[in-house]
Design a protein. Structure first.
Length: 395
């Protein structure tokens, strides 16, 4: 058996999530410095969610039919860096939309393929996945805090240099990743139509769509919201890091939580927490204590929610249908739901203000709560200790 390329895989996760830590909180501030409207910012940032609707399925299909998984990962790194580099000389919406779409399309290709590559290298040692994946969270925290501290001292354009260097790191790691033999999928494939006709499945998918829509404004405008209310970039970075630490803590506790509470109860608490979180985010920004609490709630509104939802998908879509279930979950929630949330918040931000824009996020979360309350019964149980893949922090 070949030796596990632990540090090469860990390095890839480090740089991949470091890019998210630099890009997601601060690129919107750079766009604001170019005098883009809130709608333009929402439209540009929503390209990441748009490509997640179909990008992973497209790349997965190409790899399934033609192979060359590591080649695609390297191509994604190279073209992603090239697409981002265009931002150094672009400052108009049409050109930036094209560059963002190119970046997002190839960016969406990488992580699902690296995840399958990692598990193929691990083989029967899946318990070691956490030791590799944790470097992604380390990368995010270092990037979000370091970039925030940097932007307190330099102009917003500094985020371009940070992101470009991190993307170069991603490409460098991709170039040294070794291929691993792929294992054939096992198990019987349940008819996908029969699964989707189950009320609990439809309700869960609808609720996941609503939860991601609720977070759409957060991912695009939270840093702009904080900065506009006098928070230093370093403080912005600390608050983002606090959210990541909260979700990691919840991930470590999820097995115990799931043993004590039903899936329905966990999801209901998560959606109620989201309602509270986005109302406070919109109307209590002047209070540092409230913003700390808002970010601690990320452990519930993403951590506990995502761990429970992905475990339910893995068990309700058995056998070979599991991959299709995961793809549907990702496309509907992080893709379509995130896209809607980003566009709606961009449309309302300038005219309605931050308070009402984040209140719409709370309304989306309330809709998800009602779906779970009505159609996910107390008898719906899942084992979060056995998800096909460990939930990914920092979505």
């Amino acid at each position: 058996m070949n030796a596990l390329p632990r540090w090469r895989l860990s390095g890839y996760y480090f740089f991949y999530f470091a890019f998210i830590g630099a890009f997601s909180p601060y690129f919107g501030l750079y766009l604001q410095s170019l005098d883009f409207s809130a709608w333009d910012i929402g439209l540009l940032m929503s390209q990441m969610q748009l490509m997640r609707m179909f990008g992973p399925n497209l790349w997965g299909w190409l790899v399934d039919h033609f192979g060359h998984r590591v080649t695609v990962i390297r191509l994604a790194g190279a073209i992603g860096l090239a697409g981002f580099s265009a931002f150094f000389w672009l400052d108009r919406l049409p050109g930036m939309l094209v560059a963002m779409a190119v970046l997002a399309l190839f960016w969406s290709a990488a992580l699902p393929l690296v995840e399958t590559l990692t598990f193929d290298h691990l083989r029967e040692e899946r318990g070691r996945y956490g030791n590799i994946r944790v470097w992604g969270s380390v990368g995010f925290i270092i990037a979000v805090m370091g970039t925030g501290a940097l932007l307190d001292r330099v102009a917003p354009v500094g985020v371009l240099w940070v992101c470009a260097l991190i993307l170069a790191g991603i490409l460098g790691c991709a170039l040294v990743l070794p291929e691993a033999p792929q294992r054939p999928a096992g198990g019987d494939e349940a008819p996908i139509g029969r699964i989707l006709r189950q009320p609990r499945v439809l309700a869960l998918m609808g609720a996941c769509f609503a939860m991601s829509a609720a977070h759409g404004g957060f991912y695009v405008f939270f840093s702009i919201h904080l900065s506009g209310n006098g928070y230093a970039k370093t403080a912005v970075g600390l608050l983002w890091s606090l959210g990541v630490l909260a979700e990691i803590g919840i991930f470590l506790l999820m097995t115990r939580i799931a043993r004590r509470f039903s899936l329905r109860m966990i999801l209901l608490v998560c959606f109620l927490a989201a309602v509270v979180r986005f109302l406070l985010m919109g109307w209590a920004v002047a209070s540092v204590g409230a913003m700390v609490f808002v970010q601690l709630l990320h452990g519930l509104t993403f951590g506990a929610y995502h761990a429970s939802a992905i475990a339910a998908v893995n068990q309700w879509f058995p056998g070979k249908s599991q991959g299709r279930g995961q793809a549907l979950y990702s496309s509907l929630s992080f893709g379509a739901g995130g896209l809607l949330g980003a566009l709606v918040s961009g449309w309302t931000w300038d005219d309605w203000g931050a308070g009402w824009s984040f209140s719409l996020g709370a309304a989306f979360a309330l809709a998800g709560f009602l779906l779970v309350w009505r159609w996910v019964g107390d008898d719906a149980t899942v084992d979060v200790a056995k998800p096909e893949k460990t939930p990914d922090p920092v979505q």
